[in-house]
Ligand binder design. Structure first.
Ligand SMILES: NC(=O)c1ccc[n+]([C@@H]2O[C@H](COP(=O)([O-])OP(=O)(O)OC[C@H]3O[C@@H](n4cnc5c(N)ncnc54)[C@H](OP(=O)(O)O)[C@@H]3O)[C@@H](O)[C@H]2O)c1
Length: 334
């Protein structure tokens, strides 16, 4: 089988290896999955190029988010059947509550091999059923981006009918948040830094779109346009927290997700009457709740483009391009 490997010391897309390896065999308590689709995340580039969550001596198969079918059951596995449509769970051993100390960084980081391969083997409790009616590319968008957006919107101060949610950006986490917030009956307000997707956003029911390139004080602009939002999906990072708090009504929450701006100003008076929460993808129970909502709302992730597995290098390059609306997905079958 083929897989995409960042050998120890490799830190560029051009130097990734697309290698042939033996098809893995599941041990006791494990399942083998025939990989059908893998969605890419900003973190995959951080692991490769910036050493984020990377063990320097490990030759690492990249990729954290897979959808596939159970192919072979290891000894003692009774929860799954061959042919089941499944996705992975992001963290090691985070089923509910707060993350365990050894949660790791997700598949395709540190010591855990990733999913950009034709077959993978995982512990039977590291997978969950895909939502009914989802294709493999759609389901592959859920383990990291989907669960992160669910955690931000629903795990604390859950949004619902009539609430206002400010979504920053139009990438994977942002469009997942749009899907979930609208599925819950909330109004989405969109912050962009380019206007080329505004028609597509409006066609998805988003009436208020604010451009941070022309509205430097965008937090105030959002507050004036909306009367203050209940939640901000901050995909930028610490540097956007004060503006995001300004955008909030009293009682609102800023969910800090992005790792792009890791500096940012100290918190100011904007914080009072509002709250800030740091998001770490999410747990198995958050995935289960997300699945349940999607099966009811029938909303689907937005996929910008799919690539065949052999062109994963081009797909990773596409992740670097500005102007996407939604996810980039790699598939193993035409
Ligand atoms: N905390 C967690 O658990 C967690 C989980 C998942 C992701 N993340 C982080 O969340 C962020 C988004 O991840 P993703 O996978 O959704 O990424 P993605 O699909 O690559 O999305 C990129 C989006 O961010 C926008 N963007 C890029 N640089 C920006 C900047 N300097 N200021 C404002 N917007 C900018 C892009 O806008 P343009 O199209 O205009 O370039 C695009 O809309 C990343 O930093 C990622 O590491 C964190």
């Amino acid at each position: 089988m083929k897989s995409w490997i960042a050998k120890s010391g490799v830190d560029s897309i051009a130097d990734l290896a697309f290698e042939t390896a033996p098809v893995p065999v599941p041990g006791p308590g494990e399942v083998r999955i025939r990989v059908k689709a893998v969605s890419l995340n900003a973190r995959d580039l951080m692991v490769l190029e910036q050493g984020f969550m990377r063990s320097p001596q490990v030759d690492l198969v990249l990729g954290s988010d897979v959808s596939g079918t159970v192919d072979v059951l290891g000894e003692g596995v009774t929860d799954w059947q061959v042919g089941d449509h499944v996705v992975n769970l992001h963290f090691n051993g985070w089923f509910d509550g707060v993350p365990p100390a050894l949660a790791g960084g997700g598949l395709g980081s540190l010591e855990e091999q990733g999913v950009l391969a034709e077959y993978i083997v995982l512990p039977a409790d590291r997978i969950s059923a895909a939502p009914r009616g989802f294709s493999h590319p759609e389901a592959a968008c859920l383990p990291c981006a989907g669960v992160t957006a669910w955690n931000a919107l629903m795990a604390s101060q859950p949004v619902g009918e009539g609430d206002k949610v400010l979504v920053i950006g139009t990438g994977g986490v942002a469009t997942s948040a749009m899907m979930i917030a609208q599925g819950a009956g909330a109004e989405v307000i969109q912050l962009v830094r380019r206007d080329d997707h505004n028609d597509r956003l409006r066609s998805r029911g988003i009436e208020t779109i604010i451009n941070s390139a022309s509205e430097e004080d965008w937090g105030q602009a959002v507050a004036e346009a909306t009367g203050g939002v209940d939640k901000v999906i901050n995909t930028i990072g610490f540097g956007a927290v004060n503006q995001a708090l300004t955008a909030c009504a009293y009682g609102g929450e800023v969910a800090v997700i992005g790792l792009r701006d890791q500096k940012g100003p100290a918190l100011g008076f904007e914080l009072f009457g509002k709250s800030v929460r740091g998001i770490m993808v999410g747990s198995a129970s958050m995935y289960a709740a997300l699945k349940e909502q999607l099966e009811t709302s029938r909303k689907k992730p937005i996929i910008e483009r799919t690539y065949p597995l052999a062109e994963t290098d081009a797909a990773l390059q596409a992740m670097k391009q500005s102007g996407r609306l939604g996810k980039i997905v790699v598939t193993t079958e035409a």
